[in-house]
Write a protein that binds this ligand. Sequence first.
Ligand code: NAP
Length: 309
Amino acid sequence: MAARIIDGKAIAAELRGKVADAAHRLARDRSLVPGLAVVLVGANPASEVYVANKTKATIGSGMRSYDHRLPETASEAELVALIGRLNADPVVHGILLQLPLPDHIDAQKVIAAIDPRKDVDGLTPENFGLLSAGLPALAACTPLGCVILAKSVTRSLEGLEAVIIGRSNLVGKPLAQLLLNENATVTVAHSKSKDLAAICRRGDLLFAAVGRPEMVKGHWIKPGATVVDVGVTRLPGQGGKVSIVGDIAFREASQVAGAITPVPGGVGPMTIACLLANTVRAACGLAGLPAPSFHLGIDAPADNVYGRD
Ligand code: NAP
């Protein structure tokens, strides 16, 4: 039987609606307009598209967007200095450093310069540590989106076997922490893992974050599993068009899985929605207000008025 398609666009639209409501209430009641600064170094075409989408979504949710574009030749010191100015700027509540950075810049040094309270991508060592300790943190947007998508199928992930392929700081590792916080039993596979197909077949939940088009075949999937495809690879398509392909061989996988995300239209829209949610949460945190949870599966204070739904 064909799997249920998890509609990331619709779920993201719902979350963005909640975020826009919270932003509206903050502006009305507290004269606080959340602001997101996006920093882009160089002219990577894929990054340009992401930044344009993020800017549009931020403004569309009633928040302010500040784009900072540096040339490919910008130095690490210039970038760290810009981050310092954004840290000190009271109208900026979230800072998103678009990755990857040019090779001559040490991304970890620049990330470490971001004020953890404005780290809406959850990449600073402080937020990583808080998340690992199961404490309230600004968590990485793509993993947050993955958990929300999985929970749209199975409300509680408790006790489920979750398999993640990929261990990057951006996706795999924070996703593992979020799933542990949901009481799932988590396995993280990577390029050195042996018999990946057998590992994947254990997963009631399977998350693929590799960047290898259609690597995960139908017979790797446990019948009825929930499959979330993070991978995005741009391949030349017909007539000079570009086609976007995930890590999962969608057609065969959807004959085995119980539910599956499409690419595009799955994780991608959720990443942006979670970025907006994190920006509102950061603005609340900086203003000393309770941070809304938006039902992201993390901290949810009972007296929260800015994320109530
Ligand atoms: P990354 O930093 O390159 O990490 C890739 C991971 O995949 C690594 O842990 C690597 O293992 C593992 N891997 C590579 N080849 C493998 C193989 N043959 N078998 C098993 N594991 C293998 O990539 P990333 O930043 O996590 O992104 C992963 C994918 O998600 C990319 O396609 C990216 O474009 C996409 N992405 C999408 C969104 C979105 O919003 N939709 C957001 C972020 C990323 P090692 O650690 O051993 O090298």
